[in-house]
Design a protein around this ligand. Sequence first.
Ligand SMILES: *Cc1c(COP(=O)(O)O)cnc(C)c1O
Length: 390
Amino acid sequence: MADETHEFIPYSRQEISDADIAAVTDQLRSDFLTQGPVGGEFERVFAERHQVKHAIGVSNATAALHIGCLVFGVGPGSLVWTCPNSFVSSANCAIFCGAEVDFVDSDPVTRNMSLELLTAKLEAADKLGKLPDVVIPVDFSGLPCDLSEMRALADTYGFKILEDASHATGATYKGLPIGSAQAHATVFSFHAVKIVTTGEGGMIVTQDDELAEKLRLLRSHGVTRDEGLMQRASEGGWYYEMVDIGWNYRLTDVQSALGLSQLAKMDEWREAREARADRYDALLADGPFKRPARFNDRVSSWHLYAVELTADAKIGRAEMFAAMREAKIGVNVHYIPIHTQPYYEKLGFTRDQFPNSVAYYDHALSIPLFPAMTDAQQDRVVETMLRLAA
Ligand SMILES: *Cc1c(COP(=O)(O)O)cnc(C)c1O
């Protein structure tokens, strides 16, 4: 059944239900637009769902990455490694802290940070006495990284893992939710295109009590009303203390009310995304496309379904992108490798330094995937792709 409507099909689209709208309007009528009880409730339910002790809501994932770096002591003189196949935030957070950034190239199969290249780079860095303080692996498209092996390397070489799971809300690794077991702290994004949304928003989770306390402080100006954290005796009921330099990175109660309502659908949506991914796998099997790899020990949240055009494609990626958009199909490209951005080039990085991420970028196309996608819409995407490329 072809989709004859020829409406624009976006690469991603949020799902907003009547229940979400009711949750937001109820919140607007309540006493708290921010810093009320719903923020804590959203954090509690998110933590429970990801089987992690602490979840700290923040204004976006970039803010979460920033304070995540800070609680691991990242500052001038520190070294942070991430993967070029990510959004710029994964590297920028270290720059915010005055640290030095370097990259570990992606793996051609997983498209995540290569375990092999990470291992080799650590061995070389160890000899030079230039080990990273923090490594930020990114669960690209929602597929968890090689987290057990990375944690073993972290324990050997003494760095912290700040996992960028902006794509991976609801994903699992070796039977456990992302954020619960391997990374020292894990970051999620609730931007409108992500798995669950608060419009803008983010969360950072950790099993570590001390880190959680510090993260809460940095999220809100470094200010505390908790006498246990104060350096002086309280001067009265009004008293608060600023004990560290912090930011205003708070998530509002209106956003949290939406997030809480969205969380109820998370598992259902993941299954719907996976069913679409399975169907793409089957329908595109004979086309000139390298499809996402599958692994038995991890469950993707399927934020993206990205293909790479193979040498057999009769059209280049740029032409394919333009023709798909012309056909009102909202394809996208994730990601322009971070190290090739003008800002990072000025820091001294060169394009050919991380060839896997560049080769991936040159052929990659993210095609529409969202929970409410219909068979007819998906058929139109597939038919258009095969007509153009096969
Ligand atoms: C979306 C995204 C971010 C940034 O998230 P915001 O909430 O928009 O700040 C960071 N890293 C990755 C991998 C992302 O996809």
